[in-house]
Design a protein around this ligand. Structure first.
Ligand code: KIV
Ligand code: ZN
Length: 521
């Protein structure tokens, strides 16, 4: 029999309070709407006593969300609870979330309170919160490092005072799955009153165990898990919602649990959060990272093309990603190259495929990823005689203060060596003018971009250009540690593409493009 698990999302509270993740009121409301669409059960909107801004954001979320519970956090202080209640009282389903630390280390050094004071505060504040709101969650902060006998006493007190949910956080991410699961088992045995309420897990990721610990808690009877989108949260973050939900769904056989989350909204929620906070997820992040549904190894690509289940345990569509990606790179096989060519509208013979595959391998050795536009460029020149393209033999550029930038360029074309010089407004302008004199092909530079693709003073730069040749724009790209050489290569790539396209169009011989001004050397 499957259990219905409640998802308590704390992206807007535990997540938002971590460095680099803050959101303003409008952003919080936008994210809360997305969480409502995603279908979490509870949206913890913030900690109203923390600031006026947080109070107003929580109040706006509470007034906006109609389908889900909205929770606000409060320390075990009546004044905090008043502020929290003020912020969420207009919610359709409000929840006050009260917490106090129960571990000796926190009670002694942080709260400076004895165990009996903590028990008294628990009784008083949960009772008070319950007098305001019918749904009260109580958290024993640092529960996983608390003495089990004392923890059980606090839990019994909180339930007696009216708590509807008891949350036992692994506040510092110290627990192991076996230990965290055992804590819930022990508490359920020691406090039979837990039977009538919801037990909840809240895990931090300091040892990378937040999701594993949450799953262990589920196996030991919790009916609520607390998590955040993209796993954002204090320090190393909280349990990642997308990982938890997809583990539960993909391994329903093991966890026998259902949630109300619409998994197809996962990717959009992750994207929205990154957009709002500016915090990107790492490429290899499970479920929502750029590589999560990308395959590069030839054997994997081959398997994927035969049956996606060979290398994917869930479909990208199930998390809202349109399709998997077979990345063309140096590990790709023929099968993947052929498939991508077909998708791009090129029906290749075996001989053509062999040639294009060789070209892809060559290119992939020079740049990490072969994009569609690279493949199209390769496909377009596959039957071109390479002696009919311009190749860069060498360049020399001089520029500096109080001198006219000058470039000398040497090219190879059709077995001939050509060289010429030109001056310009800058070294790149001089370079392009020299190429224009040599080839006799005039181009108008529409876009010129240099991006650093590695770090340090010897970083590789990628130069990309868009050049208008007689009304048709062609692109060129080159990587080099020397940006001037990269600029020449990128321009020549665009020029060669223009010539090939022109030749295809009118079957013209391109030898006429060789400028009369070019000096044979
Ligand atoms: O990690 C934690 O203990 C918390 C509580 C306030 C619930 O975030
Ligand atoms: Zn926390």
């Amino acid at each position: 029999m499957e259990k219905r698990l409640h998802i308590f999302d704390t992206t807007l509270r535990d997540g938002e309070q971590s460095p680099g993740c803050s959101m303003n009121l409008e952003e919080k409301v936008r994210m809360a709407r997305k969480l409502e669409e995603l279908g979490v059960d509870v949206i913890e909107a913030g900690f109203p006593v923390a600031s006026q801004g947080d109070f107003e954001a929580v109040r706006s979320v509470a007034r906006t969300i109609r389908q889900r519970s909205v929770a606000a956090l409060a320390r075990a202080l009546r004044s905090d609870i008043d502020r929290a209640w003020e912020a969420i009282r207009d919610a359709v389903q409000p929840r006050i979330h009260v917490f106090i630390a129960t571990s000796d280390i926190h009670m002694k050094h942080k709260l400076n309170k004895t165990r009996s004071q903590v028990l008294a505060d628990t009784l008083d504040t949960v009772r008070y919160a319950r007098s305001l709101c019918s749904d009260v969650e109580f958290s024993c902060e640092d529960a996983s490092r608390s003495d089990l006998v004392f923890l059980s006493e606090v839990i019994r007190t909180a339930i007696g005072a009216g708590a509807t949910v008891i949350n036992l956080p692994d506040t510092v991410g110290y627990a192991t799955p076996a230990g965290y699961g055992a804590m819930f088992r022990a508490v359920r045995n020691a406090v039979p009153e837990t039977c009538g309420i919801i037990l909840s897990a809240h895990c931090h990721n300091d040892l990378g165990l937040a999701v594993a610990n949450s799953l262990a808690a589920i196996e030991n009877g919790v009916l609520q898990v607390e998590c955040t989108v993209n796993g954002i949260g204090e320090r190393a973050g909280n349990a990642a919602l997308e990982e938890l939900i997809m583990a539960l769904r993909t391994r329903k056989d093991a966890y026998k649990t259902v949630t109300s989350v619409n998994t197809e909204e996962i990717y959009a929620s992750s994207k929205l959060l990154s957009e709002l906070t500016g915090m990107q997820v790492q490429r290899n992040k499970a479920i929502v990272g750029a590589n999560a549904f990308s395959h590069e190894a030839g054997i994997h690509q081959d398997g994927m093309l035969k049956n996606a289940m060979t290398y994917e345990i869930m479909t990208p569509q199930s998390v809202g990603i349109r399709h998997s990606i077979l990345v063309l790179g140096k590990h790709s096989g023929r099968h993947a190259v052929k498939q991508r060519c077909t998708e791009l509208g090129y029906d290749l013979s075996q001989a053509d495929l062999d040639r294009v595959y060789g070209m892809v391998c060559n290119l992939a050795d020079r740049k990490k990823e072969v994009f569609d536009e690279d493949l199209i460029a390769l496909l377009d020149v596959r039957d071109v005689d390479h002696s009919e393209l311009y190749h860069l033999d060498g360049i020399q550029v001089s520029s500096g203060t109080n001198m006219m930038p000058t470039a000398t360029v040497a090219l190879r074309y059709g077995g001939r060596k050509l060289a010429d010089s030109a001056t310009g407004d800058g070294p790149v302008d001089a370079l392009y003018k020299a190429i224009e004199r040599l080839t006799g092909v005039a181009g108008m530079l529409m876009e010129y971009k240099i991006t650093s693709v590695s770090a340090g003073r010897d970083a590789m730069g990628e130069v990309s250009v868009r050049v208008d040749f007689g009304g048709v724009v062609h692109t060129g790209r080159a990587m080099s540690t020397d940006v001037v050489t990269g600029s020449a290569t990128a321009y020549l790539e665009a020029l060669n593409r223009a010539l090939v396209a022109q030749k295809r169009k009118n079957g013209q011989s391109r030898s006429e493009h060789v400028s009369a001004t070019a000096t044979a050397v």
